[in-house]
Design a protein around this ligand. Structure first.
Ligand SMILES: Nc1ncnc2c1ncn2[C@@H]1O[C@H](COP(=O)(O)OP(=O)(O)OP(=O)(O)O)[C@@H](O)[C@H]1O
Length: 283
């Protein structure tokens, strides 16, 4: 049984067909990459999977269960974890405090004991802090555990966000542009980290990113979206070399706003523009 099964999902916003009959599957332990130009429907797909949007048509199944009508928090409780394109962290808190807060969603002690300072809460708080520190070490973030989030560079924030979502023990991890704001070397390091996380936790991952080399490095299977439809799918090499993908996304001709520079943290652009790091720019 697949972990995630998106079955012929469509969603329209007025006249905008953000997704049209999109089907996608994620298997156990699989890393699935999603690429596509700005406005192709990638984040909308994440919003349909996590429950922020209700599809106009089609179904979302998680481990065989139809979750299409479940609220966001219920899907999260089932094990669907997600990071956001614009980092979703408490900026005034430290990195470790963010991880501790995420774990409080699943603490087992009675909150009244926490207020009264009971033994259970003391033990649980210790466990939460230890686990937070372990996750930070895995993500290479130990040195910034006590740094306020607002003081960190953007690329590092994306790593902190991944650590925070991992703290909730997701079974399926949806990463929205984890490599944005990163240079080629940093993005490659992130790829190594994602592969290590999959190995350690057995988490299935769906990752949207414009760094085609990063997507190729980590993904078992890749989908390319264009104008709300799946333009191509298959092994990373197959999709990368697909002529339609080259035309729609990689750009056969220079496109205004394209190249690594445009990818460095920008979210500007319209459908068809090219915010992508090409292979030769990726050490
Ligand atoms: N809530 C909404 N209301 C109206 N239109 C929306 C809404 N959400 C998404 N859209 C539209 O749906 C289309 C797909 O947007 P989406 O954000 O999914 O694209 P994307 O592939 O994630 O782009 P990017 O790479 O820039 O993040 C766009 O035309 C967008 O304007």
């Amino acid at each position: 049984m697949s972990v995630l099964d998106v079955d012929a999902v469509s969603i329209h916003f007025g006249g905008v067909k953000a997704l049209q009959n999109v089907s996608l599957e994620v298997g156990e332990w699989e890393i699935v990459g999603i690429i596509g130009p700005n406005g192709a429907g990638k984040t909308t797909l994440f919003n349909c999977i996590t429950g922020f949007y209700r599809p106009t048509r089609g179904k979302v199944r998680y481990r065989g269960r139809n979750v299409s009508r479940l609220d966001v928090h219920k899907r999260a409780a089932l094990g669907i974890g997600r990071t956001f394109q614009n980092v979703g962290l408490v900026k005034g808190a430290t990195v470790l405090e963010n991880l501790r807060t995420a774990q409080h969603l699943e603490t087992e002690y009675n909150p009244w004991f926490g207020i009264a300072g009971g033994l259970n809460s003391f033990i649980e708080e210790g466990r939460i802090t230890r686990r937070g520190r372990q996750l930070l070490a895995l993500l290479g973030l130990s040195d910034v555990a006590d740094t306020t989030v607002a003081d960190l560079p953007y690329g590092m924030l994306k790593r902190v966000e991944i650590a925070t979502v991992l703290a909730t023990d997701p079974d399926l991890l949806l990463l929205d542009e984890p490599g944005s704001g990163m240079g080629p070397e940093e993005a490659h390091g992130l790829g190594e980290t994602l592969l290590a996380l999959r190995k350690q936790f057995g988490t299935s991952i769906v990752m949207i990113d414009h760094h085609v080399p990063l997507v190729t490095q980590v993904s078992d299977y890749v989908y390319c979206f264009n104008f709300g439809e799946v333009l191509a799918e298959g092994a990373p090499e197959h999709v990368r070399n697909h002529p339609e993908v080259a035309r729609a996304y990689l750009g056969e001709e220079p496109v205004e706003g394209g190249g690594a520079e445009a990818d460095a943290g920008t979210e500007s652009g319209t459908a068809g523009t090219l915010p992508v790091v090409r292979e030769e720019e990726y050490a």
